[in-house]
Design a protein. Sequence first.
Length: 297
Amino acid sequence: MATGSQLYAPVVRDGRGEVEVVLGPGHPGLHDPEYRRRRNDLAALSLGWRPGDQLPPADYTDVEHEVWRVIARELEPLHHRHACRAFLESKEELALPTDHVPQLSEVTSRLRPATGFRYHPVAGLAPLRDFYGSFAGSVFYSTQYLRHPSQPLYTPEPDIVHEVVGHANQLAGPEFAAVYRLVGEAVVRTESDEALRLLSQVFWFSMEFGVVEEDGEPKAYGAGILSSCGETAAFRGADIRPLDVAEMVAVPYDITRYQPVLFAARSMTHLVDTLSAFFSAFDDDTHRRIARELACP
């Protein structure tokens, strides 16, 4: 999970050196001591991991498995109605379990033969450069916690449902995986934080909240849409505009609400060609050029 926003729960160490996940006001688990302890334990599990180590298993509880089952059950018909063919084919290829929360090692074992991607754990906030840059090496950093059980169909922050149901199902598709790698390679070429933020905005409106036209109607491929029951059911009511990278970087977005503006490609070929051309050429000069164009009346 990558973010530059404090709307996501930061992971810190308290005065005794213990790991603490700081939940914000309004978070469903804020006043649940058991949930907060669980979040702290899972964050500590990820913080103690180093590349080369065995992936740390999370001993998921019956409650957490039930949250996963509820979401899987609710998303299944929504995906068949609203997801694009490429996502559905990748989902079938990956065949994630619907009866239990998969370990990151299980996700990797299913994903790696398909496209070479593997999952690494992260406690919570991941710097943009680390998160996107890891794609170049076919790595996706994922959280291990689940949303609060009182609201299984809502989360104020990306959890393992988003990271796995949304992104892993994308990453099982060769065309999507290739775009992710181009994003990572672009980060390697990019030095300025401003350019990195511009790149992340295009990623947000495409791989997180992207739409593609199929059979005359909009279908979702974005991980942020397809990991959310509410967003999947509602995205067609958004202002869906033609895919335009220059416009993407000029449109603000709010992570706390359903996205009011989305961008749709004419086809998967149009989508992949457009994103591949943009990310394969992206560098600091690209950012400066786009910034100049946006500044011109």
